[in-house]
Design a protein around this ligand. Structure first.
Ligand SMILES: Cc1cc2nc3c(=O)[nH]c(=O)nc-3n(C[C@H](O)[C@H](O)[C@H](O)COP(=O)(O)OP(=O)(O)OC[C@H]3O[C@@H](n4cnc5c(N)ncnc54)[C@H](O)[C@@H]3O)c2cc1C
Length: 414
């Protein structure tokens, strides 16, 4: 006979979104199971993966409330004061998103992804309503009128009232539940690594759209930044394999020595540029969170910020329903989550897609459109103020993403 265990909620995937969702339900009185192929040792101490996550004030507020932020060493939290968007090589146009336009001392924070994962895992260790199934995959998932069921790779079966998939933008659980997704492969890859440099970054992030390449720089410690270079895949692979001296020389050159000589200070990582947006976020007794729900392209640095927003919307609705003795997997609750997450994420997802199309295209019309967009962004101070306000606001989770989404929509629709 197949052994099975009963829970209220099964979470597939203990990435940052799945762990934060579990954490948000710590005091709910609900029994949770979380399934993850990585071993417990790897979850406890994940390796550096090159990603530096730009977090909004609202995201930090959520991480604090769920007791995750407290597990990130203060010295590893970097200030993101302002951001500068540039276009061109010699004749550079630019506009700056200034923290003071959002009435805060900085736009946001930068924290390495592996440290967020480590902190989220550390926070869940004290949680007695959570059972971890580490080193195991979910290999089959289904729901019916009375329950949700997941089969683990060791043959065991978990049952619950609700199934939540947080198993990445390429979610197998989403597919198993029959939910399709539109995937957009931009045919480019991002190289991410840390580099030390002679010059100072003054805690200003750069997004620099040059001819045939996109460069970004995220300020970390003094004289150290995270470098993000976007190019066709073969060129990125060549740079990943290049010896260190050659890599340093080429990157310093690509940045036109604006920060002086640059030196690699971490491992190098490559991520293909793929955006994913599913047809829907919910099904019968089923919901998506994190990248499984919205697989944002990193250009607007909102993937995990949306992951946090989504898990907050869903967990708060569940806590509220449970407190009132209502069904935690009811159609009404899931439909409301679906609507709210769609409204909060769809405009920025579409706007980001348009921006990438524009910036990964070097045809003369695209270059002209970029110049016009930047000139507008530079001239219209309400636009910059909206962007700054969206990043710096704490308040209500939905209203605080609106300024960013409407500002970007306004820019790309002009
Ligand atoms: C280069 C780069 C830069 C980024 N910068 C930013 C930024 O500045 N700001 C921002 O907000 N976001 C940023 N992001 C996005 C952010 O990294 C993601 O949104 C976030 O990590 C997604 O977390 P997740 O838990 O949803 O998914 P993942 O981290 O993909 O975790 C999914 C988990 O599910 C597990 N899993 C998979 N299949 C199964 C299965 N069958 N059974 C059980 N478990 C399974 C996996 O092992 C994994 O642990 C960036 C992304 C990249 C690539």
């Amino acid at each position: 006979m197949v052994e099975h265990s009963e829970y209220d909620i099964i979470i597939v995937g203990a990435g940052p979104a799945g762990l934060c969702f579990a954490r948000s339900l710590a005091d709910s009185g609900l029994r949770l199971a979380i399934v993850e192929p990585q071993s417990e040792a790897l979850l406890e101490d994940p390796a550096f993966d090159g990603r530096e996550i730009a977090l909004t004030h609202q995201s930090v507020h959520l991480l604090e409330a769920m007791g995750v932020w407290q597990h990130i060493p203060a010295a590893q939290i970097h200030a993101l004061r302002d951001a500068k968007v540039m276009d061109g090589e010699r004749d550079i146009q630019q506009f700056t998103i200034d923290h003071s336009e959002g009435k805060a001392s900085q736009l946001g924070y930068l924290v390495a992804n592996h440290l967020i994962r480590r902190a989220a895992f550390a926070a869940t260790r004290t949680q007695d309503n959570l059972t971890l199934y580490a080193g195991l995959r979910s290999i089959a998932a289904e729901t019916d009128a009375s329950r949700a069921e997941v089969q683990l790779s060791d043959g065991r079966v978990l049952r619950a009232s609700l199934l939540v998939a947080a198993d990445s933008r390429f979610s197998e659980t989403r597919r198993a539940m029959g939910i399709g997704a539109s995937m957009e492969d931009f045919g480019k890859t991002m190289l991410v690594c840390r580099m030390r440099h002679e010059g100072r970054h003054e805690h200003v992030a750069w997004e620099w759209f040059g001819r045939a390449q996109t460069l970004a720089l995220l300020p970390l410690g003094e004289h150290e930044s995270s470098v993000v270079l976007t190019l066709p895949h073969a060129q990125i692979q060549r740079l990943v394999d290049a010896d260190e001296a050659q890599f340093n020389a080429e990157l310093s050159e690509r940045f036109e020595h604006r920060l002086g000589a640059m030196q690699l200070s971490s491992t190098r990582h490559a991520y293909p540029l793929v955006g994913v947006y599913p047809q829907k976020f919910t099904g019968n007794r089923f919901a998506l969170v994190g990248d499984a729900a919205v697989g944002m392209h990193p250009v607007t640095a909102h993937g995990f910020n949306f992951g946090l927003l989504g898990q907050d919307l869903l967990s708060q609705a569940i806590i509220d329903a449970h407190r009132r003795g209502m069904n935690i997997s009811g159609d009404g609750l899931l439909a409301q989550y679906e609507r709210r997450l769609w409204r909060a994420t769809r405009p920025l997802y579409l706007a980001t897609r348009t921006i990438i199309r524009l910036y990964t295209n070097d045809s003369p019309p695209a270059r002209l459109a970029r110049k016009a967009g930047l000139a507008l962004g530079a001239r219209i101070s309400p636009f910059r103020r909206l962007l700054a306000a969206g990043l710096t606001q704490k308040g209500n989770s939905l209203s605080s993403t609106r300024p960013v989404t409407s500002a970007l929509k306004a820019l790309v629709s002009r």
